[in-house]
Design a protein around this ligand. Structure first.
Ligand code: ATP
Length: 419
């Protein structure tokens, strides 16, 4: 950490091992239902794979099959919500093979009426956010929150919150880079929200629009990558000594005497400066539910499903390549080229991987022997992500607002000189 407005962090990686489900007990051959994963009793956050040979992997967090949704949230996510409120961009990615628990963990399919205990990360994070925002500490701030929901399906971008059937008049979704190198998703609807219920309504509506199709492994398999985003804009006043001031911004009044350029600030301008600066802090929270990472032959698909599989895998392959390039110190020294542009997924997530965001990857796995090779792939993939270094900053714009105030006063003064 350099100062309170910028933090150098690494991508945090949590492993979540789901329990055997009723579907496993019905669908998997009984000789392959054996549990092949255990957590280490001696080394925290270590998982042991009991296959042909014993393998161990370490993560920032390891959640065993008995871990409840509340604990996953409290231990690994709650602190990221705090960071989001401070003005940092935050991304949480759920990665893993089909049916490994990504949607369950993330809560992407949860609705307002979902049972409280089984609620995933998204509804929990929103409850925390809204309770903070309605607290006394935030009363003096002007706050707007917006949500958007984007899907990448066969390398096409879809706006899951735009229900219009009129495809021709739907705005084109584009990924752009601004002059500061920030990634902008343009053409996407951003809907203003005022309560957890409203957010959950949009999440449920968007999830219904998401592409799902039956594979052999999961009858409701998500065939697309989906990113639910919450953007928080806070206008707050900070006094010049850095302490938040509750005084709202008052518009500058007409000056009694005109000010010459270069003269000391007029009294009302120095009053504005004394009262403190108004700053706008904007942060974005991305909840990413990736499509299943399994190899095609496992899901026994053909035709359109196979085409989807190839495109899902190419997005995840590109994500893997970006992770390798960012996470392998020897490669990072030798090449400055990070292949973000190889897929829409990596381009959309460019800020979250090696950029201006605090990022948590949750790798989800099944404990059953039947899935052992996919599980090992997931463990290796997620392990590499731990080496990625991000450099996040509080997205605060004070200079522009102050400059604007000074310019407003100057324009008024110049106008007065003309009359
Ligand atoms: N930790 C858990 N505790 C209890 N049930 C779980 C847990 N994780 C997943 N499940 C159950 O396992 C099944 C598959 O989970 P889920 O749909 O979240 O998988 P997924 O990884 O999102 O799959 P896909 O990539 O195909 O969408 C669901 O019935 C879900 O309720």
């Amino acid at each position: 950490m350099t100062n309170s407005n910028s933090e150098n962090t690494t991508v945090q990686v949590a492993l979540r091992i789901r329990p055997l489900t009723q579907e496993d007990l019905v669908n998997l051959p009984s000789r392959f239902q054996r549990n092949v994963l255990s957590t280490s009793p001696f080394t925290p956050n270590q998982v042991i794979v009991h296959g042909d040979k014993k393998l161990t992997f370490n993560f920032d967090y390891v959640f065993g099959p008995e871990t409840q949704q509340r604990d996953v949230y409290d231990i690994s996510v709650r602190n990221m919500v705090d960071k989001f409120l401070e003005g940092f961009n935050v991304t949480i990615l759920a990665y893993g093979q089909t049916s490994s628990g990504k949607t369950y963990t993330m809560g992407t399919s949860d609705s307002v009426s979902s049972i409280h205990e089984s609620r995933g990360i998204i509804p929990r994070a929103l409850h925390t956010l809204f309770s903070y925002i309605s607290s006394a500490q935030f009363k003096s701030r002007k706050i707007t929150m917006k949500v958007s929901f984007i899907e990448i399906y066969n390398e096409d971008l879809n706006d899951l919150l735009n229900d219009t059937d009129d495809d021709e008049n739907k705005p084109q979704l584009l990924i752009r880079e601004d002059s500061k190198g920030n990634i902008i998703w343009s053409g996407l609807q951003e809907i203003k929200v005022n309560s957890v219920e409203e957010v959950m309504g949009h999440l449920a509506r968007g999830s219904l629009n998401r592409q799902v199709g039956a594979t052999d492994m999961n009858s409701q398999s998500s065939r697309s990558h989906a990113i639910f985003s919450v953007t928080l804009c806070q206008q707050k006043q900070i006094s010049t000594n850095g302490i938040s001031s509750p005084t709202p911004l008052s518009h500058p009044s007409t000056p009694s005497t005109p000010t010459k350029l270069g003269s000391p600030p007029p009294r009302r301008l120095s009053k504005i400066l004394d009262d403190g600066e108004w700053v706008t802090v904007t942060s974005k929270f991305n909840f990413v539910d990736l499509a299943g990472s399994e190899r095609l032959k496992r899901t026994a698909v053909s035709g359109d499903r196979a085409k989807e599989g190839i495109s899902i895998n190419s997005g995840l392959l590109a994500l893997g390549n970006v992770i390798s390039a960012l996470g392998d110190p020897s490669k990072a020294r030798n090449t400055t080229h990070i292949p973000y542009r190889d897929s829409k997924l990596t381009r959309l997530l460019q800020d979250s991987l090696g950029g201006n965001a605090q990022t948590l990857m949750i790798a989800c796995v099944s404990p059953a022997e039947y899935n052992i090779s996919e599980t090992i792939n997931t463990l290796k993939y997620a392990n590499r992500a731990r080496n990625i270094k991000n450099s996040a900053i509080v997205n605060q714009e004070e200079a522009e607002i102050l400059l604007l105030l000074i310019l407003m006063v100057m324009v008024e003064d110049l106008l007065l000189l003309l009359v």
